[in-house]
Design a binder for this molecule. Structure first.
Ligand code: BMA
Length: 886
């Protein structure tokens, strides 16, 4: 293998910092004379027969504790998810003790606050049961007035196995089944997760392991006070279109012990707006709401790519007559959001798009899953890297998918700052759910709390009741006899409409609510909330997966109004996998490869899809073959998602056979929960797959998309802009695989591409094109193109289209590679396709990757996320192009 001379223009340091303002809101703690004693830190942890007894960190979970204490090794390592199953089947007790100074103890009311317990627990203080928990998505406050001692207060949290609990609840539900009982065997998961209010993916998913965690996953504190305390507060900017003015509604939620009076002062200094209000509190839980009128016009918050993200500070000052005060600073931003579902000329059905500040916005993004199976290990840096990666790929939206968790506050604060719109699911996915009274009650509390926690964030643009549960009933995933279906529809309506929707409408009038995804929206409502076909492309959003059909055939994709899920799997890089595997695992047919794949036939599907267009890796060196196979799965994934996304973006203004006006693409999925094959574009750990690099181009604000249609080459200009039209010409070249010089160059006439639409810029018969370019055949040449201004300025990223599968390309074959001495040839003498750079474990990303190389020399910049040297990068660098795997 020849050495590549690789010179680096510069090696950067990307500083991953968390803006103070974002953290500030998380650090807020109640004042009003409330004494707060944090109970975070060291606790003792024991299993049911006391054979394990270790010191544990709170917040935390059992698995993390056992690993940190050296009791187990990395749960993600090889087959450890199976080896450590016992942990989730046992019950565990957390214990701590604390003292309370007598001046604190003497105060009127004492409350123990658990921000999050995972999940089913009984909590006792000094031997007395003070409460129980059954929902990891809720905060619990337990009144412990009169139960505290000065010294040695013993607090115990007994946590029951979530697996045992779910199974008991399911067996107690005898009247009818609530499917699915268990996940498919390939997921190696646990059963009945729908019976417990816990991250649904924690019992396994088709991209993730089964780790039904147990723990105290959020903070614990004691709050002691004489008069009252603030439980939470919200800020909701509201637009009055009649008077073209804004107000901010501020809600304060109090727990009042003694009646008191006081004042509330609200102010947004930057807008020179303030107001003072009388406050009168009576004992019990008390909600107070105040409206601040704004004196000035505001600068709006826009999604990324459409304008600035103006954020203002609003200060809340509460002062009680007794002298106690409470102060908070909260970010507010001004934007309106509407979900538009109205008739479209010449198309049956209804539109489905988001209007932000009165402008239609095409949502470009992906789906977000939990960042880690052990949520206590999720750091601000991990979230920042993922969100910055999303924004760098020109995404303006993410869907927080309903099988995971409601994300941490910092996630939403960063999305506010980055202009990333959030489609927020409630945490129900791919299942039917029980509707017993206590289940509904805990869900009601969960929804109320989460809406109050998240509604102040401008980034959250929609609430959605569940993932795929309307489709599960409508298209009969669980073999429910037609005669009993009404029973399940009734339960569905009860949970998502009569409870969740009701609460959301009551709590938040500033953003739309959708019952499910996919759904037909208002049409589903008309059909009794479960539409006959929730995948109908004429209404609402769709999820579409097809693994065996050729993804290059864009005519097979549904021309939907909104593509909220679609995607293809790939394997993560060897450097990511090598952290949890050994060299004998590095074979596509190893037990490890089968074990890590949680999607039925997933590994086969990837190879079958890749084989349609590429020769599958066949190196005689097993390690090289494994690396190449990983690479080819990433090539396939990037190419398939690009084709599908470009199809949707092209469809934004078209109506073809009554379908079209696509206004959103959220591919499945952005991130990974562990090191395994999945639909993600970013690997566990933050490394970008080829797809993510490509997303930066296919999500560019102005895209040139090429397609072959009935023998013609069509090039479209797709623009996200609202009013600006662009005069462009398409610059088209044909390149042969054996020379850098273009064989032919063509230019279209100047065409105006419409704002917020897709415009055909270039059309040419392919056979005429090839005849004209005498040296080209479908197999020997590739078409490249971009849009430029009439003066020659580049307006869209470069793009390309193959006229035949690269597997049949002439000039990319093995013989030639041997003759040309591959690496040198690749970089110096001939064009190369899917050029892929990998620096193993050095965290960071390249400015471009997986690219078409049509010049002799190309400089690529690697942005490192930690200090590194050019030597280290050179010695870790692997360069692969399609020629390498042939
Ligand atoms: C959709 C998602 C997930 C799943 C993905 C890939 O159904 O909602 O449940 O992981 O497809 O199968």
């Amino acid at each position: 293998m020849n050495h590549v001379v690789w010179s680096f223009a510069c090696v950067y340091l990307l500083e991953v910092t968390c803006p103070d303002s974002a953290l500030a809101s998380e650090a807020k703690r109640p004042s009003l004379g409330v004494d707060v004693i944090s109970l975070n830190g060291k606790w003792q942890l024991m299993n049911s027969n006391s054979s394990v007894s270790v010191s544990a960190e709170v917040p935390g979970c059992v698995h993390t504790t056992l690993q940190r204490q050296g009791f187990i090794s990395d749960p993600y390592y090889r087959f450890n998810d199976l080896a450590y199953r016992w942990i989730s089947l046992d019950n565990w007790t957390y214990t701590t003790s604390f003292s309370v100074p007598s001046h604190v103890r003497g105060k009127g009311k004492a409350v123990l606050v658990f921000e999050g317990v995972d999940t089913v627990s009984t909590i006792s203080l000094n031997g007395l049961t003070i409460g129980k928990t059954d929902n990891m998505f809720r905060r619990y406050d337990f009144d412990v007035t009169g139960l505290l001692k000065d010294e040695e207060n013993v607090l115990q949290v007994w946590i029951m196995s979530a697996v045992t609990y779910a199974s008991q609840r399911s067996h107690a539900h005898t009247e009818y089944r609530v499917p699915p009982d268990c996940p498919p065997p390939v997921q190696k998961g646990e059963c009945h997760v729908n019976f417990i209010r816990k991250a649904q993916s924690s019992f396994s998913w088709d991209w993730g392991p089964s780790f039904p965690t147990l723990g105290i996953w959020k903070g614990v504190r004691l709050e002691v006070f004489n008069t009252s305390r603030v439980l939470s507060y919200t800020t909701s900017p509201k637009y009055d279109s009649e008077h073209s003015s804004w107000t901010v509604e501020v809600e304060l939620f109090f727990d009042v012990f003694v009646a008191s009076k006081g004042l509330v002062h609200l102010s947004i200094p930057l807008l020179q707006s303030e107001a003072e209000f009388q406050l009168s509190l009576t004992p019990g839980q008390s909600e107070k709401s105040f409206v601040l009128q704004l004196n000035q016009s505001v600068s709006l918050w826009w999604p990324f790519g459409h304008g600035e993200q103006f954020l203002y500070y609003l200060t809340i000052d509460v002062s009680l007559e007794g002298g106690e005060t409470f102060n908070a600073d909260q970010m507010v931003a001004f934007r309106t959001v509407e979900l538009v579902q109205e008739p479209i000329p010449s198309s049956p059905g209804l539109s489905f798009y988001f209007r932000i500040n009165g402008k239609p916005i095409f949502l470009k993004g992906s789906n977000w899953i939990p960042v880690h199976a052990f949520q206590d290990q999720v750091t601000t840096d991990m979230i920042t890297i993922l969100l910055r990666s999303a924004q760098k790929a020109n995404m303006n939206a993410l869907r927080v998918w309903g099988g995971g968790v409601y994300e941490q506050d910092i996630f939403y604060s960063l999305c506010d700052m980055y202009g990333i719109m959030i489609w927020q699911d409630f945490m129900f996915a791919c299942a039917l759910y029980p509707t017993e009274k206590d289940f509904i009650q805990t869900v009601r509390e969960e929804v109320t709390q989460q809406v109050r926690r998240l509604k102040s964030h401008p980034s959250v643009v929609i609430w959605s009741g569940n993932n795929e549960n309307e489709a599960a009933i409508a298209t009969d995933w669980f073999n429910i006899p037609v005669t009993v279906r009404p029973l399940y529809v009734k339960d569905y309506v009860h949970l998502y409409v009569e409870n969740i929707r009701d609460i959301v409408l009551q709590e938040d009038s500033t953003r739309p609510f959708l019952v499910s995804s996919p759904t037909n929206g208002v049409e589903s409502e008309k059909e009794g909330w479960v539409a006959k076909d929730p995948y109908d492309p004429h209404y609402g959003d769709t999820h579409f997966y097809s693994y065996y059909k050729d993804c290059w055939d864009w005519t097979a994709f549904p021309r939907t109004r909104f593509a909220s899920e679609y995607g293809f799997q790939s394997w993560p890089s060897l450097s990511t996998l090598s952290k949890v595997s050994v060299s004998s695992d590095w074979d596509f047919s190893s037990n490890f490869s089968a074990h890590r794949q949680h999607h039925e036939d997933g590994n086969q599907q990837m190879l079958k899809q890749a084989e349609l267009h590429y020769i599958l890796p066949n190196s005689t060196d097993p390690l090289q073959k494994y690396r190449d196979t990983i690479y080819i799965t990433q090539v396939m994934q990037a190419q398939c998602v690009k084709i599908q996304t470009e199809f949707y973006r092209r469809s934004r203004s078209d109506i073809v056979e009554g379908k079209g006006h696509t206004m959103g693409t959220l591919y499945w999925q952005l991130n990974d929960i562990w090191q395994g094959p999945s639909w993600s574009s970013v690997e566990f750990g933050g490394k970008w797959k080829m797809l993510h690099y490509w997303a930066t181009d296919f999500y560019a604000p102005i895209l040139s998309a090429g397609v072959e249609d009935k023998g013609d080459l069509l090039i479209y200009g797709v623009s996200d802009s609202h009013s600006e039209t662009h005069n462009v010409k398409a610059k088209v070249k044909l390149h042969s695989w054996s020379s850098f010089n273009a064989v032919c160059s063509l230019e279209s006439n100047v065409t105006t591409i419409k704002a917020g639409g897709s415009t055909l810029v270039f059309q040419y018969s392919i056979s005429a094109l090839l005849t004209q370019c005498g040296n080209c055949t479908r197999r020997s040449c590739i078409v490249t193109f971009h849009l430029s201004s009439p003066e020659g300025q580049m307006i869209s990223p470069h793009n390309h289209i193959f006229l035949s599968s690269p597997r049949y390309a002439e000039g990319l074959d093995v013989t030639e590679r041997k003759e040309l001495n591959f690496f040198v040839t690749l970089h110096c003498s001939f064009p190369a396709v899917y050029v892929w750079l990998d620096v193993d474990n050095i965290p960071g990303h390249f400015d471009v990757n997986g690219f078409l190389m049509l010049s002799k020399k190309s400089t690529v910049i690697f942005g490192a996320w930690r200090p590194t040297t050019a030597e280290e990068i050179t010695s870790n660098l692997h360069i692969t192009s399609l020629r390498d795997v042939y």
